[in-house]
Design a protein around this ligand. Sequence first.
Ligand SMILES: [Zn+2]
Length: 167
Amino acid sequence: MKCPYCNHTEDKVLESRPTRDDEAVRRRRECLGCNRRYTTFEEVEMRRMIVVKRDGTRDEFDRAKILRGMETACQKRPVSNATLLEAACRIERELLDRLDLEVTTSEIGECVMRELLAIDQVALVRFASVYLEFESPTEFREIVSRLKKGGQNSKIITTKRPEVLVN
Ligand SMILES: [Zn+2]
């Protein structure tokens, strides 16, 4: 952090004290450049994700929307709600683990497709046809094979992990 007086970036912490409500920490610091002292205020960054849509508009991330999308794709398929809820939670957690709190709808779509690939391939086809508005079956096959190989975004999520639910 830059010193407010001389812009030097190294300092030492002299004292740390939580605020009265324990929601934050104040630190008294001394600049190693000019030796002047200043206070920083540190609190938890609320991990609220913003979804950037194709038209550039932004919306708050909503796990329920992901779940609804998967439920629609899984209608009359032998897939339990619990399975879908787990998948939605996994997607949310994986996205939250990234530093970047902006996520595009296509990134979310890829996460959902990767989950559906493991859950139910009929549902995957339904979801992809709506969500991606893919133009040709070839394009769809390419996407599926990329998902299967664990394409460029495979770090975001891997399927079929026996993990507990978030919350
Ligand atoms: Zn300084």
